[in-house]
Design a protein around this ligand. Structure first.
Ligand code: PRX
Length: 664
């Protein structure tokens, strides 16, 4: 496992960004109108609650858990913490699907839309809470008939359709652990994830719509499953209705599976700490990490943050454009929103299908009130041009959100002015797959915003910026971002890999074995606002997708022409970061454009097309230290086209650099 590089190696480049971002001196205060109707309306109230949440966490979380969660059995103890192992709400029992569905039945929400779905071809379905409950109950019976129950793993590989949400909730209902695999992953990646968690059941669709074409999900599953001995059955949703192969004895159509069984399903209660899901994410080795989240703490984090940060109201119609296959889709499409009884708008397809104004057109047509999206999407909208936005009114919107990467001051301003018409607050939310819920974000009726800063920590979040030794750095200085106290929605472990869990998150500061290291660099300004620099480990953020450089390297390493590969990121106007891979070839293999294209396609096949390198640079050799370690710092500098600076005294062969600079 690679050691996290030193701060100097990272922050010298990024600090410049921070300084330039900080030049945007304007502060955007919440409007009086927004503040008046906000769920939390004063800085004094935020400060009081935040102080209580970090100084007396047990009192705070006991109250929140009692108010926000429907318990079957009350918990006895708020927290049991022996780093890195946290147990929250010890002794309590609940059912997460009951907390998202049954609690709303018999109330005014029963006939309220839980999901408004729009497919890319334009088909619309509205599903009320009562109907969603029925679908989930029926699927829970199907699971039980298939022998899928408590602790079994279920892989979900679906487009953005209501069945994805139904499948997740049905897993929660029977105590099965879901692992949602983003539809853009290749059969190879699907196979690895299924095998890692030994899934018993796979749920997929014949296909999904994206940019007018069918994404062939079922055929990808067909390629993966022969090498997945743990899988006993595959449920298939009919979405595109094109011809697919069904394997007898294994594949079952979703619409045939229930066969008129019971409509009601009595949900069992599970322990607070019962695992809810595994979500694979990239780390700094070639193997993705199976982040494991548990039930009560995760649900509470997702529910509470949704309520305060999106300022949820009964009448909201909330649209999050993130795919269900990422953590944002879990916390802020499914669990956080449904537990609050909100109406979620779910869109299947691409933002520019049929035209680049699809989002704006849908926002007007469905009167959507909240939009939560990513800076990479905002940059694409900016590039497509203001005219696409100006054709629409967007007057139903009242709040905007951003997630996934730092938002530049320019993109923030555009979002605020063009989409929010200067009226909607923007919540820039910093968090991670591992944190389960938002950690740093403005409270929209309270926090004055500075474009580019995620602002202040949410309730229960003790977070600081420290140097290599763990000492807090002065305000205005860059450092490593650490969370110093456990929080309810934190990951509990990495699936089947407790040593890596400890190593990856709780070993950065030997003097503080109970600190969680985020992998991000950040700085706080004089007002205590957090400015996130980005990853300081070998993880890239490409169009909001998290990709480990080691994953790409290990994929390429298995190509017969490749001797060695080193992947680095370079800044990219649209994607945030672009992926550049330096490759040295095996003896006797010729570097051709065709080979470069083959290598790109190979990464697409091994991981998924979103991970295809933007550039492959073939070199006779890669720069190494005398002990044989690839000098990535130098490769990063070469990738951005700059001269090589800094200490090169450990470099083994100087001619390698000149050769790399002349190659493109
Ligand atoms: O580097 C940070 C960046 O995304 C990383 C987490 O990626 P992932 O687990 O895929 O989750 C993305 C959605 C929560 C972080 O370590 N990141 C996320 N949100 C922000 C951000 N960087 C800056 N500002 C944000 N608002």
């Amino acid at each position: 496992m690679r050691k996290t590089p030193t701060l100097d190696q990272h922050l010298n480049v990024s600090d410049k960004n921070i300084t330039s971002v900080s030049r945007e001196k304007r502060v955007f205060k919440p409007t009086a109108e927004f503040q008046r109707q906000a769920n939390l309306g004063s800085m004094a109230a935020y400060k009081k609650l935040h102080a209580e949440s970090v100084n007396a966490p047990e009192t705070f979380w006991k109250r929140m858990a009692t108010e926000h969660i429907v318990w079957r059995k009350p918990f006895k103890k708020v927290l049991q913490w022996k780093a890195p192992q946290a147990k929250w709400f010890v002794g309590g029992a609940l059912n997460v699907s009951e907390n998202c569905l049954d609690r709303h039945l018999g109330t005014a929400r029963e006939n309220k839309a839980a999901i408004i779905f729009e497919g890319e071809p334009g088909d619309v379905r509205t599903i009320t809470y009562k109907q969603l409950h029925l679908h989930v109950c029926r699927l829970a019976h199907v699971f039980e008939n298939l022998g899928v129950g408590k602790g079994d793993r279920v892989a979900i590989y679906l487009p953005m359709i209501p069945e994805a949400m139904i499948a997740m909730l049905a897993c929660a209902r029977v105590g099965a652990i879901h692992t949602v695999i983003f539809g853009g992953f290749s059969p190879e990646a699907v196979k690895d994830r299924i095998n890692d968690c030994q899934a018993k059941l796979v749920i997929t669709a014949d296909g999904g719509w994206r940019r007018g074409k069918i994404i062939e999900l079922k055929s990808a599953v067909d390629k993966a499953l022969p090498a997945c001995p743990s899988v006993q059955a595959c449920l298939v949703v009919k979405r595109t209705a094109h011809e697919i192969k069904m394997t007898e004895g294994r594949d079952i159509w979703w619409h045939d599976a229930w066969k008129g069984g019971p409509n009601f399903h009595k949900a069992k209660a599970f322990d607070s700490e019962h695992p809810l899901f595994i979500l694979y994410t990239s780390g700094s080795t070639g193997k993705p990490k199976g982040v494991l989240h548990s039930s009560a703490g995760y649900l509470l984090g997702a529910k509470l943050s949704s309520h305060y940060i999106f300022d949820l109201k009964e009448t909201d119609r909330y649209f999050c454009s993130a795919d269900i296959g990422w953590i944002t889709g879990h916390s802020y499409v499914v669990y956080g929103l449904l537990s609050n009884g909100s109406t979620v708008f779910l869109y299947e397809g691409a933002p520019n299908q049929p035209e680049p104004d699809r989002f704006w057109e849908m926002i007007d047509r469905h009167s959507l009130t909240i939009l939560y999206t990513a800076p990479t999407a905002i940059r694409a909208f900016m590039r497509w041009g203001d005219n696409y936005v100006l054709k629409h009114r967007l007057d139903s919107l009242r709040l905007l959100g951003s997630v996934g990467e730092p938002i530049s001051a320019e993109a923030w301003q555009w979002y605020h002015k063009m989409i929010g018409k200067g009226r909607c607050p923007i919540v820039d939310t910093w968090w991670q797959t591992e944190t389960g819920s938002i950690m740093i974000a403005p409270i929209p009726g309270v926090t004055p915003c500075k474009p580019g800063s995620a602002t202040l920590p949410f309730f229960g979040v003790s977070i600081k910026v420290v140097d290599e030794s763990g000492k807090e750095v002065p305000r205005g200085t860059g450092g490593k971002l650490v969370i110093t106290k456990p929080w309810p929605s934190m990951l509990r472990t990495l699936w089947n890999d407790a040593p890596r869990f400890k190593q990856a998150y709780f070993s950065e500061f030997p003097k503080h074995p109970d600190w969680y290291f985020t992998g991000d660099g950040a700085q706080q300004d004089k007002d205590g606002y957090f400015w996130i620099v980005g990853r300081i480990d070998d993880v890239l953020n490409i169009s909001g997708h998290r990709i480990g450089t080691a994953e790409v390297e290990s994929a390429l390493g298995s190509h017969p022409a490749v001797a060695e590969a080193a992947a680095v990121g370079k800044p990219d106007e649209l994607k945030g970061q672009a992926l550049v891979v330096f490759v040295s070839l095996k003896n006797g293999i010729q570097a051709t454009d065709e080979l470069k294209e083959q290598l790109r396609a190979y990464v697409g096949k091994e991981i998924g097309s979103f991970a295809k390198p933007d550039q492959i640079r073939i070199a006779a050799a890669l720069p190494k230290t005398r002990s044989g370690k690839i000098m990535r710092r130098i490769l990063k500098q070469i990738a951005v086209g700059g001269e090589v600076k800094g200490d090169t005294s450990t470099l083994e062969d100087f001619s390698v650099i000149a050769a790399l600079q002349s190659e493109d």
